[in-house]
Write a protein that binds this ligand. Structure first.
Ligand code: HEC
Ligand code: HEC
Length: 301
């Protein structure tokens, strides 16, 4: 200080008041700050150190997130139990809206009597208050996974259904197909297994180029595109009637199916039905698949 050593720095009442307040306030502020500092680990309020990176990341996470999937990555199928828990249990656990209740044999017995394929089909297309695919999209749960959920539910209510045959992984090469075939054979307990294996083998022989080639013909004359896709993909099963596929040119095999409106028939071809894989296992455009159906149908008209 520049004043004389014995001078009193407080000369007015205002200065006295300020000095008294400061005398109280400063230690209190210091004590409060120390208290915060000492136990900051237990504080979770805004403005404390405990807003660590994880917490901050959670708070500022965007509402919507895009999940990028590699369409060519080998697909990991969920088990029937997983699909049931994720989707079907919403109604089937408690029997909501008249749904057959999980493990209730009385609810399920008359339904099980219809056979697996019928139930599977019903689960895919919906019935009464049962939404098609339990309300999911084919992108999230494939027909195969829905089928597994059907088998899981039915088997927990007294049925003894095998899982549906593992779908062929597109035209993803002989290695994948030869791996899938034994799996299908092991999963199915009836003679369908052998047929499934045969179909897998047939699928494996579909040239890799099928999909792009079919895509390239998209703009060409539709009937040309349909015939091309049939030759590349569909005939693997439909030429010889593998897995009971309706045979090309066989009027009797097609007649009952063509009683459905064409939109339904297209839908089966696009999204699969029973042992018929969606789009025949190809990645052709919807338009080309429809054209292939038209081509097959025109052969039995
Ligand atoms: C929103 C409610 C709801 C969800 C979700 C749901 N179901 Fe259902 N489900 C029902 C109802 C209601 C019925 C009874 C329909 C009838 O008999 O009219 C039913 C019946 C069924 C049947 C018997 C069909 C028949 O022929 O009698 C099967 C099989 C089935 N559901 C499978 C599934 C599968 C598999 C899932 C999950 C992927 C699922 N459900 C999700 C409501 C639901
Ligand atoms: C892996 C063998 C396989 C391949 C490949 C295949 N299908 Fe099929 N398809 C089937 C089987 C099996 C059925 C009978 C399904 C049933 O009725 O349960 C069927 C049925 C159909 C039906 C009749 C659906 C109905 O009942 O109304 C159409 C249409 C059809 N397939 C179109 C095609 C087209 C188009 C392609 C090529 C893009 C194709 N399929 C490739 C096996 C195959």
């Amino acid at each position: 200080m520049s004043e004389a050593p014995h001078g009193n720095p407080i000369k007015t009442p205002a200065q006295l008041i300020a000095a008294v307040i400061a005398g109280f306030a400063v230690p209190i502020i210091i004590i409060v700050m120390l208290a915060y500092y000492v136990d900051n680990s237990t504080r979770t309020g805004a403005g404390t150190d405990s807003l660590n990176d994880t917490v901050v990341a959670q708070r500022i996470a965007p509402l919507a997130q895009v999940e990028i999937r590699d369409a060519n990555a080998p697909r990991v199928y969920r088990t029937g139990e997983e699909v049931y828990k994720a989707v079907c249990s919403a109604c089937h656990a408690a029997g909501t809206a008249g749904a057959p209740k999980f493990t209730n044999t009385a609810d399920w017995a008359p339904r099980i009597a219809q056979g697996f394929d019928t139930l599977w089909h019903t689960a895919l297309t919906g019935k009464g208050a049962m939404p098609a695919r339990g309300g999911t999209s084919p992108d999230d749960f494939s027909d195969y996974e829905i089928g597994r959920a059907v088998a899981y539910m039915a088997n927990n209510a007294g049925a003894n259904f095998a899982d549906p045959p593992v779908p062929a992984a597109g035209a993803s090469g002989a290695a994948a197909a030869s791996g899938a075939a034994p799996a299908a054979a092991a999963g199915a307990s009836d003679t369908g297994a052998a047929q499934a294996a045969a179909a897998m083998a047939a699928m494996a022989s579909i040239p890799q180029a099928a999909a792009p080639a079919a895509g390239a013909t998209q703009s060409a004359d539709a009937s040309q595109a349909g015939k091309a896709l049939y030759t590349q993909v569909c005939q693997a099963c439909h030429a010889a009637g593998v897995l009971n596929a309706p045979k090309f040119g066989d009027k009797e095999a097609w007649a009952p199916r063509l009683k459905d409106p064409m939109d339904t028939v297209y839908n089966y071809a696009l999204h699969g039905k029973g042992a018929m894989p969606p789009k025949g296992g190809s990645t052709a455009s919807d338009a080309d698949v429809k054209a292939a159906v038209d081509y097959m149908v025109s052969a039995v008209k």
